[in-house]
Design a protein around this ligand. Structure first.
Ligand code: ACO
Length: 432
């Protein structure tokens, strides 16, 4: 196989069954190059095989750029470090949805629109009531977001997309808080329109009708930061799910509900819950990071170092860098020490000086430190992944909109390499 000068010819050529095959190369704005295999099957009969999609691009996207080797993450070109320091979650949501940073009037109107749609239809109370008391909040959230489709059934057009996006952003914190209140057996707390986005969620989550609850601005800012860091991450498992489900032209609520379900798994967003449970386990056993690392390396042991490793990042996940610093700051400002943070720091130190992790390029990912902050904020463990979903929401919506507007848009439908039995005759049940 030879790549002809990418700049001049922009095609790749190889020989198959004695015939030359030429496929075009496509270049992204960050100089990444892809082979466009759109004509491969029609010209050769070949398909590609790439389990886990480690080498396959499913779309062109202008939303998020990741360079996993250099630990770079940018939303719409803006470095995550700058957004984390200078922006707010709603501003980032606008950026992801509409492509540019909003002007002041646009942001104010957006915040107003989101604030005005935070209430859930009163019938939702009965919906939550029908679910088991000990239901994990993640499937409750997924079901509730899917159920929004039953309240908003108008045929979709571009204006309706925007309405649905605002409704989702507005109602997700309410749904998340209600999922928790249902689990706790406490009364639902209505949203307060004078509170900003993260404060409103904290209020609905922690307030009760029995006493005054004032949102701590340290917690509110910490939550806003966490939401910003989770807001998009290009074609990960849950986002690809949103795109694939959405490609059948189901409505936005159905596609997002599927994304929430995909996020729940421990290999994806569910890892933040697993990390804190791992740290608790280590503390409970003997506090030895070294012993745990030995188990995580042992192929006969199913233990993994949760919050470590990533399909794309082969160096430090930039979000983990920001969160590691934020852990110290948040705990300091809350005047708390945290034994679990000490164990996490020790685990990282041991892992990053161990050849197993070095040679496989396994570094802390976003989930390694997020749980420590959530826990310091008083967020219960089973809500960690729900907060991830709240943060990821604008990214999922932006990716869904981009897909639907894409001139190359088609239903997603991978092929397969069949390896089952070849044709054989049916055997009647008496003769089997
Ligand atoms: N602990 C121990 N070994 C690991 C870990 C880990 N956390 N992660 C990867 N490895 C090892 C694998 O055993 C494999 O070793 P081998 O080459 O000897 O077989 C090698 O590193 C490559 O790992 P894969 O599983 O093939 O990598 P993949 O890209 O498929 O998986 C994943 C990435 C799922 C994130 C994996 O690293 C993992 O399970 N990490 C722990 C769970 C986690 O933190 N998930 C959150 C990811 S970030 C997010 O979704 C928000």
């Amino acid at each position: 196989m030879k790549i002809e000068s990418v700049q001049q010819q922009d095609q790749i050529e190889f020989e198959y069954e004695g015939r030359p095959v030429r496929l075009p190369l496509v270049r992204g704005t960050e100089d990444e190059v892809a082979v466009d295999i759109g004509r491969l099957r029609s010209e050769t009969g070949l398909i590609t095989l790439d389990p886990g999609y480690g080498n396959s691009g499913a779309c062109k996207s202008a939303i998020t750029f990741i360079d996993g080797e250099r630990g770079i993450l940018r939303y719409r070109g803006y470095p995550i470090e700058q957004l984390a320091e200078k922006s707010s979650f709603l501003e980032v949501a606008w950026l992801l949805l509409f492509g540019e940073l909003p002007r002041r009037a646009e942001l104010d109107q957006f915040a107003e629109d989101v604030t005005r749609h935070t209430m859930l239809n009163e019938n939702f109370g009965r919906f939550f009531g029908a679910l088991p008391k000990d239901a994990h909040p993640m499937p409750v959230c997924a079901a509730a977001v899917g159920a929004l489709a039953t309240f908003y059934q108008d045929p979709e057009d571009e204006q309706k997309w925007k309405d649905s996006a605002i409704r989702l952003l507005a109602k997700m914190p309410t749904i998340a808080a209600y999922s928790f209140k249902h689990f706790q057996g406490q009364p639902f707390i209505y949203p307060q329109n004078d509170l900003d986005y993260p404060s409103n969620f904290l209020y609905m989550m922690f307030a009760t009708p029995c006493e005054e609850y004032v949102v701590d601005p340290v917690l509110s800012r910490a939550l806003d930061l966490l939401l910003i860091l989770h807001a998009d991450h290009e074609q990960n498992c849950s986002t690809s799910t949103v795109r694939l489900v959405g490609s059948s032209m189901v409505n936005l609520f159905a596609a997002i509900s599927s994304g929430i379900k995909a996020l729940w798994g421990p290999s994806h967003g569910g890892a933040n819950q697993e990390v804190i449970e791992m740290l608790e386990r280590i503390r409970h056993e003997d506090g030895s990071a070294e012993r745990f690392i030995t188990r995580a390396k042992d192929k006969k042991d199913t233990t993994r170092l949760m919050g470590f490793g990533h399909r794309v990042y082969k160096s430090y996940d930039p979000r983990a860098t920001i969160l590691k610093r934020a852990c110290g700051e948040v705990l300091g400002r809350l005047g708390r020490t945290n034994e679990l943070l000490d164990i996490a720091l020790k685990l990282e130190e041991v892992a990053l000086s161990d050849d197993y992790f070095i040679s496989r390029k396994l570094y802390p990912n976003v989930d390694f430190y997020s749980g420590v902050i959530y826990q310091a904020m008083g967020i219960p463990v089973n809500m960690f992944t729900v907060l991830f979903a709240m943060g990821r929401l604008p990214g999922w919506i932006a990716q869904w909109m981009e897909m639907r507007r894409d001139p190359d848009f088609r239903i997603g439908r991978p092929r397969q390499l069949y390896v089952g039995p070849t044709e054989r005759d049916f055997v009647s049940i008496e003769k089997r």
